[in-house]
Design a protein around this ligand. Structure first.
Ligand code: FAD
Ligand code: NAI
Length: 331
C-alpha cells in the first residue's frame, strides 16, 4: 500500500484535492480542527433549523466546475436557488432580478461537503500545529502534542493566515502565503415566529454595515418556519467591530436590517452571531495552488484564486494536479 498523503483542512479545497488524488489511486488522510467537514461551507444546527452562516450560495463559471456541479446536482447534493433578489443602495431597496444560476447544498449547505467527505479517512477535532519532514517522510503534530504519520506528501488546505504557520519547512512558500491578507465577516441570524411582511429573499447591500442578507426559507429543502434570516456585515464594518461582544453586533446589525428591509421588524425570537476571522481574501490571486514540489509540500484554498467556493474547488484540483504531475516525472 502506498504511504498516504496528509491533507490539512476538509473544506471545499481539501475535499477537492482528496477526490482528485483518490481518483488517481492514491491514499489520503484528512485532518480538521473542527468537529466536521465543510469549513466556511459548514452549517450550524440550531433550534430554528440548520443555518448556513458562511457561504450562502455559489456560482459556476469554469467549464470543469460547471461539469462537476451538474454531477452533484444529479446526485441530489445541491439544487438551484432562485430567490427574489433585491439590492439596497443609499437606503433605496429595489428588485434586482438577473439570470445568474446560483446553487446551494440541500437541505443545508454542509450537505454538499458532507457528501463529498463520504468515506474518506478523516480525523476531526484535530488542530495541526506543526508539519515537519523526517529523512524520508512527513509527520504532523497536533495541538494535543500527538504525532501523525508517516505521509509521503502534505497538502495544506486552510486559510492563508492559518497556513503560513504550518510551512516552516519551506520558508519561501511560507513568505508568499504570509503576504495574503484575509478579511473578517460578522454573520448574524435573526428568526421571527411571525414571518416578516416582505417579498425580499436575498439582497446585495451597499452603504450600510451590512453587505448581504438572505431568507432561509427561500432556499431549497429548508423548513418554512420560523422565518430566519442570515445577515452578513461588510468586511470594513466587521474589521472595525471585530471585538464587539456578540449581543452588540446582533443589535447593530438588526437595526441596519430594520432600516433597509422596508417593513416592521419586531424583536427577534432567536438570534446568534458568528465571527469569521478569515472570511475572504482582501485581493483575488491567480496562483491556482502553491507548492514546493521537490519537498512534497502543497498549499491550496479559495485565496489562491477568487475567494469563492468555485475558487476553492479549482485550487484543490490544481494542487492535486501538480502533485500527480511531479510524481509521474519522478517515477
Ligand atoms: P475553508 O472552508 O476555510 O476550509 C479550511 C478548513 O481547514 C476548515 O474546515 C478549518 O477548520 C480547517 N483548518 C484550519 N486550520 C487548521 C489546522 N491548523 N489544523 C486542522 N484544520 C485546520 N463563497 C461563495 O462562492 N459564495 C458565497 O455566497 C460565499 N459567502 C461567504 C460568506 C461568508 C461569511 C464566508 C466566511 C465565506 C463565503 N464564501 C462564499 C467563501 C467560501 O465559503 C469559501 O471560498 C470556501 O468555502 C473556502 O474553502 P476552503 O477549503 O478554501 O477553506
Ligand atoms: P454573484 O455573481 O451572485 O455575485 C457577485 C457580485 O455581483 C455580488 O457580490 C454583487 O455585488 C453583484 N451582483 C450579482 N448579482 C446581482 C444582482 N442581481 N443585483 C445586484 N448586484 C448583484 O456570485 P459570485 O460571483 O459567485 O460571488 C459569490 C458571492 O459570495 C458574492 O456575493 C460575494 O460577495 C460573496 N462572498 C462573500 C464572502 C464573505 O465573506 N461575506 C466571501 C466570498 C464571497
Amino acid at each position: 500500500m502506498n504511504t498516504p498523503i496528509a491533507i490539512i483542512g476538509s473544506g471545499m479545497a481539501g475535499l477537492s484535492a482528496a477526490h482528485a488524488l483518490t481518483a488517481a489511486g492514491l491514499c489520503v488522510q484528512l485532518f480538521d480542527k473542527s468537529r466536521g467537514s465543510g469549513g466556511r461551507m459548514s452549517s450550524k444546527r440550531s433550534e430554528v433549523g440548520d443555518l448556513d452562516l458562511g457561504a450562502q450560495y455559489f456560482t459556476a463559471r469554469d467549464r470543469h466546475f460547471v461539469d462537476i456541479v451538474q454531477q452533484w446536482q444529479e446526485n441530489g447534493w445541491l439544487a438551484e436557488w432562485k430567490p427574489a433578489l433585491y439590492q439596497s443602495q443609499g437606503g433605496q431597496l429595489n428588485l434586482s432580478p438577473d439570470t445568474q444560476l446560483r446553487y446551494t447544498g440541500v437541505p443545508r449547505m454542509s450537505a454538499l461537503t458532507r457528501n463529498l467527505l463520504g468515506e474518506l479517512p478523516a480525523t476531526f477535532a484535530c488542530r495541526i500545529t506543526e508539519v515537519f519532514r523526517g529523512e524520508q517522510h512527513w509527520h504532523l503534530v497536533d495541538a494535543a502534542g500527538q504525532s501523525h504519520g508517516p505521509f509521503s506528501k502534505v497538502i495544506v488546505a486552510v486559510p492563508a493566515p492559518q497556513a503560513s504557520v504550518l510551512l516552516s519547512a519551506a520558508p519561501k512558500l511560507a513568505a508568499s502565503v504570509a503576504s495574503v491578507v484575509m478579511e473578517p465577516v460578522w454573520a448574524v441570524v435573526l428568526a421571527f415566529a411571525k414571518p416578516l411582511d416582505t417579498p425580499v429573499e436575498g439582497c446585495f447591500v451597499q452603504d450600510s454595515p451590512l453587505d448581504w442578507l438572505a431568507r432561509n426559507r427561500s432556499k431549497p429543502g429548508r423548513a418554512s418556519r420560523p422565518d430566519s434570516w442570515v445577515l452578513h456585515a461588510s468586511s470594513a464594518w466587521s474589521r472595525q467591530h471585530i471585538d464587539l461582544p456578540p449581543e452588540a453586533v446582533i443589535e447593530q446589525l438588526r437595526c441596519a436590517f430594520a432600516e433597509l428591509i422596508g417593513c416592521a421588524v419586531p424583536e427577534a425570537d432567536f438570534s446568534l452571531a458568528h465571527r469569521w476571522l478569515y472570511a475572504r481574501p482582501a485581493h483575488a490571486h491567480q496562483w491556482g495552488a502553491l507548492a514546493d514540489a521537490d519537498l512534497g509540500l502543497y498549499v491550496c484554498g479559495d485565496w489562491c484564486l477568487s475567494g469563492r467556493v468555485e475558487g476553492a474547488w479549482l485550487s484543490g484540483q490544481e494542487a492535486a494536479r501538480r502533485l500527480l504531475e511531479h510524481r509521474e516525472h519522478n517515477s
